[in-house]
Design a protein around this ligand. Structure first.
Ligand SMILES: Nc1nc2c(ncn2[C@@H]2O[C@H](COP(=O)(O)OP(=O)(O)OP(=O)(O)O)[C@@H](O)[C@H]2O)c(=O)[nH]1
Ligand SMILES: [Mg+2]
Length: 401
């Protein structure tokens, strides 16, 4: 499936510094691991955590997954990461849990923050230790099929914060990664709500540039046929708009008689024309999108979701990875060039001084120091453990406490 936006290759939202460099000057990245990482993002209450729970339960039994595995009895095929510090019950057993590392309520108290600031600061604190989490995930990625990340309900906290970007780009640099944007289908039946959800999804896709799956959730309550129709047929969306109030559930979507409350005059004209223009803009976005309809409660549609993830993985390998490869190659070449220059300078100094310079001696230059700092600076120098500030529990290499 083609990447959107279609102009040019997909450029990862990272600079060369976040690309893992190989041990030597080799420019090729390590083999991609077995696992595909899935970032669940969506509006508050759209069902991300319930969907994550459904994925963790069904991935072990799904035919698609079982056929790829050596045996059905193998240990779990999903590795669950909870990034929501404020959740009380996740509905699944997280293997890595932000709540083991950061106490959200204490963060609110200590930094004098409200709920959203507390979640954001907790996520920032957790991100300072994300390199440890990533090394655990990288090890697990050789064994499991999927690594599912459940994100906080306040969508902008993950999608527009520095920590969200760091986590996303670090993950995408390490393994095939895709975004699953979860939509609360019953709450999207009004044309205006549908449109704002689509705009949000579009902006996240633009920002991450990762393979994208639109997940219409809660289809046991409200089938998603209306949404797929609105996405594929511009006139159908227009008909829903013309039918009445753009902010009220459309009878086209719900199959119930309309509310009869029509906007009149300039107001309706303005909203309808704005919606029409936006629908036209989003046409390109829709045509490049993978869409699946699921119910996290009944499990319906989950096999289709796994198929979509497989497609997204193929897209990552075809579009995103070559760009990572190019960045890694450029980084390795720059490093080799710098080493060569340093060596030439050293040889010149030796010829002039007649002796091999010691560290910080004759041959030591500002360039040397930069090189040293650079090579050590890439490594984590902390205490090496993720620590729960309350109980001082530490995450072991299994990612559990
Ligand atoms: N009927 C139905 N209800 C669902 C489905 N998925 C989730 N829900 C319900 O939707 C509500 C919110 O679900 P959560 O999984 O907590 O949603 P969330 O997106 O993780 O919420 P936040 O993390 O707070 O943003 C819960 O009451 C769920 O039981 C579904 O497929 N069908
Ligand atoms: Mg949740």
């Amino acid at each position: 499936m083609a990447q959107f936006p279609p102009s040019g290759p997909s450029v990862p939202p990272i600079d060369g510094s976040s690309v893992p460099s190989g041990p030597s000057s080799s420019s090729t990245l390590p083999e991609p691991p077995k696992a595909t990482s899935i970032l669940l993002i969506g509006m508050a209450g759209s069902g991300k955590s319930t969907f994550a729970g459904a994925l963790s339960r069904s991935a072990t039994t799904s035919e698609a997954v079982a056929s790829k595995s050596k045996s059905k009895d193998e240990e779990t095929q999903t590795y669950m990461v909870n990034l929501d510090p404020a959740v009380l019950k996740t509905g699944y057993e997280p293997n890595v849990d932000i709540r083991d590392t950061v106490d959200y309520k204490r963060v609110m108290e200590e930094y004098n923050l409200g709920p959203n600031g507390g979640i954001l600061t907790s996520l920032n604190l957790f991100t300072t230790k994300y390199d440890q989490v990533l090394s655990i995930l990288e090890r697990r990625a050789q064994e499991v099929e999927y690594i599912v990340h459940d994100t906080p309900g306040q969508i902008e906290i993950f999608t527009w914060s520095a920590s969200g970007s760091i986590i996303t780009s670090a993950l995408a640099s390490s393994m095939p990664t895709c975004v699953a944007y979860v939509i609360d289908t019953p709450r999207t039946t009004a044309p205006a709500t549908f449109m704002s959800n689509m705009l949000y999804a579009c902006s996240i896709m633009y920002k991450t540039r990762l393979p994208f799956i639109l997940v219409f959730n809660k289809t046991d309550v409200q089938p998603s046929a209306f949404a797929t129709e609105w996405m594929s047929d511009f006139e159908a969306f227009q008909a829903a708009l013309n039918e009445g109030n753009a902010t009220e559930p459309s009878s086209v979507a719900t199959n119930r008689p309309g509310s009869g409350r029509r906007r009149t005059g300039e107001d309706a004209g303005y909203i309808n024309s704005l919606m029409n223009s936006m629908a036209l803009v989003l046409d390109e976005f829709y045509s490049n999108l993978r869409t699946v309809s699921v119910s996290s409660v009944t499990g319906e549609g989950l096999p289709n979701f796994f198929k979509a993830v497989d497609e997204a993985r193929a897209e990552y390998l075809a579009d995103y990875r070559p760009e990572l490869e190019r960045l890694a190659k450029a980084k390795a070449e720059a490093r080799d060039k710098k080493k060569k220059q340093e060596l030439e300078r050293l040889m010149k100094d030796m010829k002039m001084g007649g002796a091999a310079p010691s560290r910080g001696g004759v041959g030591s230059t500002a360039g040397d120091q930069e090189e040293d700092e650079g090579s050590y600076g890439d490594r984590y120098e902390g205490d090496g453990q993720i620590i729960d500030p309350v109980s001082s529990k530490t995450l072991n290499s299994e990612g559990t406490d």
